[in-house]
Design a protein around this ligand. Structure first.
Ligand code: PLP
Length: 321
């Protein structure tokens, strides 16, 4: 019923003294491999796990690019991805931002999209990106394979922060890259083994556990998010609501930073914390992390599995505080 959790770092050679499939954990381990097989099936490719989403991002970029290469990065996407790329600037990784609803710029060696982007919630133009000669990565953390399978739409790689919806309970830090092409997966696997950016068995086991309920969680979170977005649109204190019609993340703006701080500290059911994709609803002002990149009154909500009416009542009382 439940996959065994194997924490071994070593496995004996076979009776002839040859290495078996698993011999040293850095190169592969059974629990991680089982979680990779499950995720690969969901996304329709070959999955590799990394210690975090940011670790997956770093490994993918360092394995694909050379000094002087440029990444076309979706503007208004996950703030941390730009921070990760900036940390790699010393090694010659360059970045240009572009509007992912249009065509990626020419003369870039990698196209990086986000479906939907967080916290602006735009959807990428996958067709335009697929027509670009450079490899295309889609960070599909928010959509999950339940709502989008980017490899079927021309993407070469899917990136997930598995810490979010895939594991789903705010108790495992994990990242994943799913490759369309098996040869590309093999190259990345070799790079991962050599550089040691590999996931441990315990979070992989939690991922296996989380995947069993992924579809019901995401469908329910989408329904509740759509309901809350509609209610927020008709509230007098709310200026803008961003919701792409899929997934459990939405963002909305109140008048200014003080108003946003008041709302986020007044909710009682929805927890004032960062991150997204868990069973508990979360709210935070993104200004504290992203500064001028977002409107001062922007609040991001990750919708959990609580009763939708209770969530709306909570938001309403916080907005009316
Ligand atoms: C959280 C997140 C990441 C980074 O993942 P970690 O597991 O926190 O390292 C990347 N992309 C998106 C869209 C995220 O929300």
């Amino acid at each position: 019923m439940s996959e065994p959790l194997d924490r071994s770092t070593i496995w004996p050679y076979d009776e002839r003294g040859d290495a078996r499939e698993f011999h040293y954990q850095r190169f592969g381990s059974p629990t991680v491999a089982a979680a990779e097989a499950a995720l690969g099936e969901l996304d329709g490719g070959s999955a590799l796990l990394f210690p975090s989403g940011a670790g997956a991002t770093t490994a993918l970029v360092l394995s694909l690019l050379e000094p002087g290469d440029t990444i076309a990065l979706a503007a208004g996407g996950y703030y941390g991805t730009g921070v990760t790329f900036a940390a790699l600037a010393r090694w010659g990784v360059r970045v240009v931002e572009f509007d992912q609803t249009g065509t990626p710029p020419e003369d870039v060696q990698l196209v990086w999209l986000e479906a939907p982007s967080n916290p602006y919630l735009t959807m990428p133009n996958l067709e335009a990106a697929a027509a670009h000669p450079a490899p295309v990565v889609v960070d599909s953390t928010v959509a999950t394979p339940v709502l989008l399978r980017p490899l079927e739409r021309g993407a070469d790689f899917v990136l997930h922060s598995a810490s979010k919806y895939l594991a789903g309970h705010d108790d495992a830090l994990l990242g994943a890259v799913v490759c369309r092409d098996e040869a590309a997966a093999e190259e990345l696997r070799t790079f991962r083994g050599r550089t040691g950016v590999v996931a441990a068995p315990d979070p992989a086991w939690l991922l296996l556990r989380g995947l069993k309920t992924l579809e019901v969680r995401v469908r329910r979170q989408t329904e509740t998010a759509a309901f809350l977005a509609e209610r927020l649109r008709s509230h007098a204190a709310v200026e803008v609501v961003r919701y792409p019609g899929l997934g459990g993340v939405l963002s909305f703006d109140v008048s200014d930073a003080d108003a946003a701080r008041k709302v986020e500290t007044s909710t009682r059911v929805i927890v004032n914390a960062t991150s997204l994709g868990g069973v508990t609803s979360l709210i935070e002002s993104r200004r504290r992390w992203e500064g001028d990149r977002v409107p001062p009154g922007l609040l991001r909500v990750s919708v959990g599995l609580e009763d939708p009416a209770a969530l709306w009542a909570d938001l309403e009382q916080a907005l009316d505080t």
